[in-house]
Design a protein around this ligand. Structure first.
Ligand SMILES: NC(=O)c1ccc[n+]([C@@H]2O[C@H](COP(=O)([O-])OP(=O)(O)OC[C@H]3O[C@@H](n4cnc5c(N)ncnc54)[C@H](OP(=O)(O)O)[C@@H]3O)[C@@H](O)[C@H]2O)c1
Length: 174
């Protein structure tokens, strides 16, 4: 899917483009599921023009993708063809809203088998944002080793909000 100019309306077009080739530090994925984050529609609306997108037509990043590894770049040692993975795609590099996309090996992790591709694709951006908000900005120690803090999470039914109040539970030893 691509868009060709900044616009608030639904203007994505289905087009055929070549399958991208992974660089040395990248993996080529056959996409199984993606999630759309606010950054995707904000970019399309033009909130950071003229920096992003830098050129058109632009395949939206769909920053969070789940897929199967097809090939790996020469420098990627921890994945091989057939691995089921989850990746974060930079909005600047684009390409996730497609059948195939390339992702940095360093921003790719194995998908736990108990998570479906759809479930897994809903995690990376929201989880990273929640993690940064809690640890960097609110100064929370997620292993609960620091002082207790009370934190108000607004919009807590959204992707970032849900994960914000679940991180401490995930890190607490059972
Ligand atoms: N996702 C990311 O990776 C990421 C990264 C950095 C920054 N952000 C920013 O963080 C914000 C939330 O992102 P998200 O991914 O969590 O979005 P989301 O999943 O779409 O969730 C949006 C949340 O905002 C609530 N909301 C919407 N309109 C509201 C209103 N008028 N008053 C009160 N609450 C309202 C929604 O409540 P209802 O469900 O009740 O509608 C929902 O809880 C966005 O501004 C986004 O740009 C997101």
């Amino acid at each position: 899917m691509v868009f060709n100019f900044y616009v608030a309306q639904r203007i994505l077009q289905h087009v055929e483009v070549p399958v991208p080739a992974p660089k040395a530090d990248e993996v080529l994925l056959k996409i199984e599921a993606v999630s759309i984050n606010p950054i995707d529609w904000k970019l399309q609306k033009g909130i950071v023009r003229p920096f992003l997108p830098r050129k058109f037509p632009f395949v939206p990043s769909a920053t969070d993708v789940a897929g199967e590894v097809v090939t790996v770049g020469s420098g990627v040692k921890n994945f091989r063809a057939g691995d089921k993975v989850v990746s974060w795609i930079s909005p600047a590099s684009s390409g996730g809203l497609a059948e195939f996309c390339v992702a940095k090996g360093s921003l790719t992790v194995p998908r736990p088998p108990e998570l479906s591709p759809v479930e897994a694709a809903g995690i990376p951006s929201g989880a990273l944002s929640a993690h940064m908000a809690l640890t960097r900005f609110a100064g929370v120690k997620l292993d609960l080793s620091g002082p207790q803090k009370s934190i108000l999470v607004t919009a807590a039914s959204g992707g970032v909000g849900l994960l914000s109040f679940n991180w401490p539970n995930l890190e607490t030893p059972m």
